[in-house]
Design a protein around this ligand. Structure first.
Ligand SMILES: [Fe+2]
Length: 451
């Protein structure tokens, strides 16, 4: 009882409008047929008259009925409505209404039409307790993207549902104005045996809070000229029950391939869908990295079993997190670099793998040299990854947060002509930056001198 009172007190303190139970914690997501507006009611009532009013101007004028999605601790009811007739790439306004209590009016932008250029940002391992997590939101907002991706380990609520309240309040300025599409990470499995109060169980908050296509863990969706495939990489460890209940699976623990079979079939189907084949670019997002160079090693199951699927289906870019660093491979075929890059890769050479795990939680250190041949760039820094997809190229830049310093830049497809600016510095201020090309050259020189 005492704990419930504390939780309620926190809810009232942290959630704007909690006492009035007006709609709050708004966020947008891409679903079949339109954009979902999802919002919460603190009070947990499930049978309210709920709707979203929207339109191209302040007059709004259209109405989408909302449906009850979930009841979640600490006394939250989630509602969602699908806006079906938005003009692609255009701004619109909306507000949620619960029992005649209207929430604020938000200005948002619908994603570009199929085939049109797309700009999106990605980050992972975000969190709700750190100033750096808020800085990530500000950096993503300043980029004015069409779409936001979060590659798992989203709120770090870790079973304390109040953490989700804080997280959704923190991201609302971003997520209420652009669609935000998440992948589930190990911290979304909230049956965590940690010695603290927790009231949410495995995936309850993730599944109840987000409205996503498919089963919400494995799905494809299109935005502009990109088709995205999202999967839950926790499934790769699904039969390792002894370890699946800890969020801190160590290198080498995730080795049981049997639980991976169902997921591989789903992944194969998602990557070979007509929408995936028709799109100009194919991007895959999940949480656990295939290749990385920080506190974790790449997941051996994913490397052995998923990588061939990515290559066979012509995946251009794989976005992951989990390791709290920025790391990026060359374009890889059979796990080996096809060309040296490090800034331009021909289309179809093989996927480039990006770990964008410096989303705001704590940073991890890089492993020391010697560096593997597949690794192009690694940097232990908070950052946001920015992607511009046009007809000629997929242009990717990682920018440090909050300084905006360039951490990495590469292009899949045609290089910019003329070049878009100075070459990337890669060595940025902050702990343990590495300039891999220079380091590799120095090592090679030292080796030659020894020999
Ligand atoms: Fe993780």
């Amino acid at each position: 009882m005492a704990r419930a009172l504390v939780v309620l007190a926190f809810a009232i303190l942290l959630v704007p409008g909690a006492l009035a139970a007006v709609p709050n914690q708004h966020h947008l997501s891409i679903v079949p047929g339109g954009l979902a507006v999802t919002f919460a009611n603190v009070g947990g009532e499930r049978n309210l008259d709920a709707r979203v009013e929207y339109g191209a101007t302040d007059a709004l004028g259209k109405v989408a009925e909302a449906r009850f999605e979930a009841s979640l601790p600490p006394g939250i009811a989630v509602y969602s409505a699908v806006l079906t007739d938005l003009e692609p790439g255009k701004t619109f306004r909306y507000r949620a209404v619960l029992n005649k209590q209207a929430g604020p009016v938000f200005e948002a932008r619908a994603p570009p039409a199929a085939g049109e250029p797309l700009r999106f940002v990605a980050f992972a391992d975000h969190g709700h307790e750190h100033a750096t997590s808020r800085e990530t939101v500000a950096a993503a907002l300043a980029a004015d993207p069409d779409l936001v991706l979060v590659a798992g380990d989203i709120s770090y609520a870790d079973g304390r549902s109040i953490g989700w309240e804080t997280w959704f309040g923190m991201v609302e300025p971003l997520a209420a104005s652009r669609p935000l599409m998440p992948a589930a990470g190990n911290h979304e499995r909230e049956d965590v045996p940690i010695p603290t109060a927790y009231d949410s169980r495995s995936y309850d908050q993730f599944k109840g809070r987000f409205v996503l296509p498919g089963d919400e863990f494995h799905f494809g969706f299109g935005a502009g000229n990109v088709h995205f495939v999202v999967v839950n990489s926790e499934d790769a460890c699904a039969t390792s029950r002894a370890t699946v209940h800890t969020p801190y699976i160590q290198p080498g623990e995730c080795k049981d391939a049997a639980g991976n079979q169902t997921l591989m079939a789903r992944l194969d189907a998602l990557l070979s869908s007509p929408e995936a084949k028709a799109a100009r670019w194919l991007v895959v997002m999940f949480h656990r990295p295939v290749y990385t160079w920080g506190a974790y090693e790449g997941n051996p199951i994913i490397e052995a079993h998923w990588r061939p699927l990515f290559e066979r289906h012509g995946v251009d870019l794989v976005l992951t997190g989990h390791d709290h660093i920025y790391a990026r491979t060359h374009a890889l075929k059979d796990g080996k670099p096809v060309s040296a890059g490090p800034e331009v890769y021909a289309e179809g050479e093989g996927p480039v793998y990006v770990v964008t795990g410096g989303g705001g939680n704590k940073k991890y250190d890089l492993r020391p040299p010697p560096y593997p041949e597949w690794l192009a760039v690694a940097n232990s820094t908070f950052h946001v990854t920015h992607v511009r997809a046009d007809a000629k190229r997929l242009a990717v830049e990682a920018h440090e947060v909050p300084t905006g310093a360039l951490v990495d830049r590469f292009v899949i497809g045609e290089p910019f002509d003329p070049p878009i600016g100075d070459p990337p510095t890669r060595a940025t201020p902050g702990p343990a930056p590495v300039l891999l090309a220079a380091a590799a050259a120095l090592l090679a020189l030292a080796a030659r001198r020894k020999a």
